[in-house]
Write a protein that binds this ligand. Structure first.
Ligand code: GLN
Length: 285
């Protein structure tokens, strides 16, 4: 069987199982089988798979058909143009979280920023993307999970930013040693009852998804830890889930009545990024 035929057959099987992006996923699985990149794959479409390669490829396809995310099968995922190592200790970075990176860069362009903290860094995608774009900024990246931090460390090395990112283990802001100019966080915000027992999401770490009954537990907790963790005129940038815009804005308004709050939609039009500019962070409740 040629690579082209293998792709067609796998694509068909994935489509039948309602897997989005079936052609792309088949390509990623085949690239992983052959240890080549997609450019090489396109150049060698008429090449024949060896029986061993074919067997390995179908093992991967079958895992995908049983809902295991492609990123965990291949051990990698692209985010903001960078290739990240991922495993089931971390949430797979989502394209919509690139909005948070873009917003942070916008903030950094409009005012000088010396320090940023990425809270709940997971594989380190946000912290490392920012480190690459903001070479002058010192970055802290925290996570409650030691396993996740090990993944972030691998990615930090891979992208040559270990000297610029300080990895810290702790619950939300607890491990942060000094106030920073910007706190950025894609916290767990899925409502507990919405977390599926099956399907691709069930492969991802619960600790990275579970936001409690309304999905807002971690966001609320972080806000309560804010005192002393932001520099004067510091800001907070949060990712939120579909339909959470109003509840989060209301919560933030209650906690920080004088703050400036701005909500930005992602490419799908879903309110996704919430920016909070605090004049003075004194209200801890
Ligand atoms: N964006 C993820 C999802 O919808 C959730 C990530 C999170 O809780 N921060 O599956």
């Amino acid at each position: 069987m040629t690579l082209k035929e293998a792709l067609a057959k796998a694509g068909e099987a994935l489509i039948k199982n309602n897997i989005e992006d079936a052609p792309l996923e088949s390509e990623l699985l085949l690239c992983h089988t052959l240890r080549i990149d997609r450019v090489q794959l396109y150049l060698e479409l008429d090449r024949k798979l060896t029986p061993e390669q074919e067997a390995t490829f179908w093992q991967f396809v079958n895992r995908r058909l049983k809902d295991e995310p492609t990123a965990y099968i291949t051990g990698r995922r692209e985010f903001y143009g960078l290739d990240f190592y991922v495993d089931p200790a971390v949430l797979i970075p989502r394209p919509e979280s690139e909005l948070l990176v873009e917003q942070a860069l916008k903030i950094a362009r409009s005012a000088p920023i010396n320090t940023i903290a990425d809270i709940g860094t997971g594989c380190g995608a946000i912290a490392i993307s920012l480190a690459k774009k903001l070479p002058e900024v010192k970055i802290y990246a925290t996570d409650i999970s030691a396993e996740a931090l090990a993944v972030a460390r691998i990615n930090s090395k891979k992208h040559d930013v270990t000297a610029r990112i300080t990895l810290l283990q702790g619950n939300l802001l607890e491990a942060l040693p000094e106030p920073v100019d910007l706190i950025i966080a894609n916290l767990p915000y899925v409502r507990k009852r919405d977390i599926p027992k099956r399907g691709p999401l069930s492969f991802e770490p619960l600790v990275a998804l579970d936001g409690g009954a309304a999905g807002l537990d971690k966001i609320r907790q972080l806000c309560r830890q804010l005192s002393g963790k932001l520099r004067p005129n510091g800001g907070l940038l949060l990712e939120i889930g579909r339909g959470q815009g109003e509840a989060v804005t209301e919560l933030l308004r209650r906690l920080f009545p004088s703050a400036l709050i701005e909500v930005t939609p992602d490419l799908a039009g879903i309110k996704r990024a919430v920016r909070v500019c605090l004049k003075a962070v004194s209200r801890e409740r």
